[in-house]
Write a protein that binds this ligand. Structure first.
Ligand SMILES: Nc1ncnc2c1ncn2[C@@H]1O[C@H](COP(=O)(O)OP(=O)(O)OP(=O)(O)O)[C@@H](O)[C@H]1O
Length: 658
């Protein structure tokens, strides 16, 4: 059967029952919408294939009768674009403004198009001008009244409106004649980030595998719930928090004291109102005698810094079956303490604390010392890492001391580490409440200053312990050996810093440490900024992906919708029919021998053009390959927005009823 005879038998060239007819009806009845913004913004920049507004006449050289186009597409190997070089690619040539009638047949097979190669990167970036309009708003320019003309028995459809006159886009700075990128698209890894590739950069269009895995595991930890059989005694709700999940085995042995004689346990919990996760540090069996210490709690709550775990609130509760004091902090999933990271004995690697061997054993002292030295030389932490920690710790101490507070818990078990060696002080404010001595002291200021000096001594011990990879190294009897180890295997700067911190003769200050750190600050700053560059690039990729996701949600909401407002053909007619063909064009093309043709660049480019609504035209083929619609992305975008709004409005109306 000759499809074309059937197609063109009706008076206006379109069978009234056809999908195209319903589409054309929409065109003729649609109210032209405001054209100012976009046309103005398009007015200055020319694109590669300007679409002129001249009326097409039968004599026009580019006026190719639709029968030829359709006929070419019916062959086993239609090679549509190749047959008409002027139509190759997604952009029809100049003046190609007609629409070709649709067949009423709705085939189920994908149209056989000769897939075009992936758009080159420069094409992705610069193909079409980008109208700087809010992408979430319906496009405001497409006034698409249909014009039809019968020439020699063939009916041609083409828009008669502003659509055709839109050729340019002024996105440039006044006086600047450069053409900006055609539409929103991820422009590829910036060269300065490519240079950082070895340090975590990534050239894919998706988030890097390392970052993805980090985020995935942190998300999983954030959402993890305890097995109720394993923790039958966990309360359902404690104050404003629920979904409690222990972060460590709950101590059962009363002799197992963690905080000045009090047992302590840690939980992840969810705030009932905000839904945010927090970390609860519970001090078991603690009765608050004096509320004066709450002044310190308020001071701690105000302290915000990238190297401290912020204290959110403190409350007492009997929900655990005792008098417990609970300190609520930010939750940092996947943290591990400095102790577990660097000081735990690692049986697999054969790590044993060299200082732990009994110095009183019947061996010469020098033999023991040589053992330690040999051991440290092969196991030492990189000095750059130790300075990295020093910078972060002093950075935290600086603002703590400046706020008139003291850390009082500078201990490897109270410092947590997360990805990228980020370090945070995790137990702030607890000592001020438990000891409660700052509130009863006659001279609280002097007491705080005393504790600040203790912080600096604790910092010296911590650095020494890190340098020796041993918590035993800071014991009185080991200190001289430990310092000798530092002297032998690290720089004098590190030894001097430790000596300064451990010396009790002078009044020390955290600001005195800054010149000792010296130019290492610059190294740290460089590392942090480089990491920011890499992460910013990851964000920019995901920003584009998120935008495309929203677009796909809209398309998915419309395409193949079984019925809408009791209309079973809604998604197959009118604007939606174009969107269906567009979906086929983007996702369902097949090669000449029928294999699916999958090209991400094609998908991304098409979606980006749709999102922006560029004036560029696209040829959409019906599934039976009998007809072709030539529409602009601008028109497609208009259809998408209008159809989605229809569904959205209906959903709101339904919500109101129910
Ligand atoms: N703010 C936090 N967010 C997430 N996890 C944390 C947070 N603070 C601590 N943790 C984790 O909770 C666990 C217990 O922390 P805690 O401070 O009690 O250390 P600890 O080594 O058990 O010390 P202690 O022996 O004094 O109880 C550790 O694995 C730590 O990484």
């Amino acid at each position: 059967m000759d499809h074309h005879v059937y197609v063109y038998t009706t008076p206006n060239g379109v069978p009234q029952e056809s999908k195209l007819a319903t589409y054309m009806n929409r065109q003729s009845t649609s109210t032209p919408v405001a054209t100012t913004n976009l046309t103005q913004s398009f007015s200055k920049i020319s694109i590669g294939s300007p679409v002129t507004s001249k009326k097409v006449t039968p004599q026009s050289p580019e006026f190719v009768p639709s029968t030829r186009i359709v006929g070419s597409s019916t062959s086993a190997s239609p090679n549509f674009f190749n047959s008409f070089p002027g139509l190759a690619g997604t952009t029809p040539g100049p003046g190609y403004t007609r629409g070709v009638v649709d067949s009423p047949h709705s085939g189920t097979v994908s149209p056989h198009l000769t897939p075009q190669p992936s758009p080159p990167p420069h094409a992705i970036n610069n193909c079409s001008p980008i109208p700087h309009v809010a992408l979430e708003k319906p496009i405001g320019t497409v006034a698409v009244a249909a014009y039809q003309e019968n020439v020699g028995g063939t009916t041609y459809f083409y828009p008669t409106s502003a659509d055709n006159s839109i050729t340019t886009n002024d996105t440039s700075v006044p006086g600047n004649s450069s053409i900006t990128s055609g539409y929103q698209v991820y422009p590829g890894t910036p060269s300065h980030v490519t240079a950082l590739k070895s340090r975590g950069g990534n050239s894919s269009f998706f988030i890097s595998e390392d970052t993805r895995m980090d985020i995935l595991s942190r998300n999983a930890l954030t959402l993890i719930q305890p097995d109720p059989e394993q923790f039958p005694d966990l309360p359902q709700e404690v104050d404003n928090y629920h979904e409690l999940c222990p972060l460590e085995p709950i101590p059962t042995n009363p002799l197992q004291k963690a905080h000045l004689g009090y047992q302590a346990s840690m939980y992840k919990a969810t705030h009932v109102k905000t839904g945010t996760r927090h970390c609860l540090r519970r001090i078991h069996g603690f009765r608050l005698q004096n509320t004066k210490c709450m002044t310190y709690v308020d001071m701690w709550k105000k302290l915000i810094h990238s190297n401290i775990v912020q204290l959110k609130e403190v409350f007492t509760t009997k929900t655990f079956g005792d008098n417990s004091m609970v300190f609520v902090y930010d939750y940092h999933p996947g943290s591990e303490t400095l102790l577990t990271k660097h000081f735990s004995s690692d049986q697999l690697n054969g790590y044993v604390d060299p200082f732990a061997t009994d110095p009183s054993a019947p061996r010469p002292y020098s033999h023991h010392k040589n053992n330690i030295l040999r051991h440290q030389q092969s196991n030492k932490l990189p000095e750059s890492l130790i300075w990295n920690y020093i910078i972060q710790l002093t950075s935290a101490l600086r603002i703590i001391h400046a706020a008139g507070l003291a850390c009082r818990s500078l201990d490897p078990t109270k410092i947590i580490l997360t990805v990228g060696n980020r370090l945070r002080l995790s137990c702030l404010g607890v000592m001020d409440v438990i000891m409660n001595d700052t509130s009863t002291a006659t001279n609280p200021l002097a007491l705080v200053q005393h504790y600040q000096q203790e912080d600096l001594t604790a910092l010296g011990k911590l650095v020494l312990a890190l340098a020796c990879k041993s918590t035993m190294a800071v014991q009185r009897e080991n200190i001289s050996t430990a310092l000798e180890v530092v002297n032998r295997i690290y720089t004098t700067d590190l030894r001097n810093l430790i000596m300064y911190l451990l010396s009790q003769q002078q009044r020390r200050s955290v600001t005195d440490l800054m010149p000792m750190i010296g130019a290492r600050f610059y190294t740290q700053l460089d590392n942090v900024q480089s990491r920011t560059d890499v992460l910013e690039n990851e964000v920019s990729k995901e920003m584009e992906n998120g935008r495309l996701f929203r677009l796909l949600v809209k398309l998915g909401t419309i395409n193949e919708r079984p019925e809408f407002n009791m209309d079973g053909t809604w998604s197959e007619t009118g604007d939606r029919y174009m969107l269906k063909l567009f979906r086929d064009y983007v996702f369902h093309q097949v090669t000449e021998d029928g294999r699916p043709w999958i090209d991400m660049a094609h998908v991304v480019q098409c979606l980006n053009k749709l999102d922006t609504g560029v004036p560029e035209k696209v040829c959409l083929m019906s599934r039976d390959e009998q007809s072709i619609l030539v529409v602009s992305y601008m028109e497609l975008k208009h259809c998408l927005e209008q159809s989605f709004d229809e569904v959205l409005n209906a959903s709101v109306a339904t919500d109101n009823v129910t």
